[in-house]
Design a protein around this ligand. Sequence first.
Ligand code: 9MR
Length: 363
Amino acid sequence: MPHASRPHHHHRRRRVPRPLPLVAAGALLATAAVTLPQLTPEASAATTLRGYADARGVRIGAAVGDGPLTSDSAYTTVLDREFNSVTAENAMKWDALEPSRGGYNWAAADRLVAHAAAHNQGVRGHTLAWYSQLPSWLKNGNFSAAELNTILKKHIDTTLGRYKGKVYAWDVVNETFNEDGSMRSSLWQDKLGTGYIANALRWAHAADPAAKLYINDYNIEADNAKSDALYALAKQLLAEGVPLNGIGFQSHFVVGQVPSTMKANLKRFSDLGLEVSVTELDIRIPLPASAAELAQQSADYKLASENCLGVARCAGVTVWGVTDKYSWIPGTFSGFGAALPYNESYAPKPSYTGLSNGLNPAA
Ligand code: 9MR
């Protein structure tokens, strides 16, 4: 991972055995200062979210909207200071990329990928085979199974081909289960059957062999019927040699309700040899949020991030937005909001500290 190699003082200090001879400490600090002259002990970028994540060799990501990315410099300042990974909130969805058949619009996705490269951030790709945000030509095209197979393969080849080597992980399949663990009805499921999942993963692996390939879903953070069904599917795919590399746990939570079984549940997937990632973390509060709720939310952010980072193959945590200013929550869950680590004016909330402490093992 590119960020893991970036030294900084806290990291160096923690790793060397104590008691630390003064001469050795001086040499280490001198080395770090030469490698990264912008990192001085005073202006410690190490104490940002990305500083802590870099020190552990994990990702701290944010979902990024094209609107704020292109219009709000306060937004990009926080994004680039605090996060070492980005996910396109909408720009890499099928309806955004191919609004008319064969008529591609890469502009917003390209902008995010270029932004990430310029700011030393990795990109999580989101998402390829999903029931939602399909262009109407595809949704209403009444295609045969054979045609849909060809269309899905072409979409995967084209999209992964364009960003080959620039996206470290892809949510290949998104939200494929009902709450009871049965397969959710979708264009893909209904016409192609569950086999589309293995095919999509195989096509994605051929198109970008280096990218980690994920199945991503919500309400799978607890040990429940939905996560049990996903666990069985993941096990079966691995047994068949399908290139599945990871499970994305979206983690759209309500304040005070981080599931008590979350860590054990992530661990059972990690024990299969899969990466686990928290991919869309936010924790909504009934508005107006009280001080007690903001404090509880902070504890929840810490717990949710520790539930992943405490598991062997956790690759990182992504929050679904940077600031409450642009969060999807109030528009979808009426009366709820305040779900993210920054408020509308970019002041860090208690939840910022919770997340930061979750990332920093010394906290
Ligand atoms: O945050 C996204 C919002 O801007 C879109 O309107 C919405 C449309 O479905 O999708 C939101 O992102 C979703 C993500 O792609 C998949 N998991 C659930 C997220 C929140 O709805």
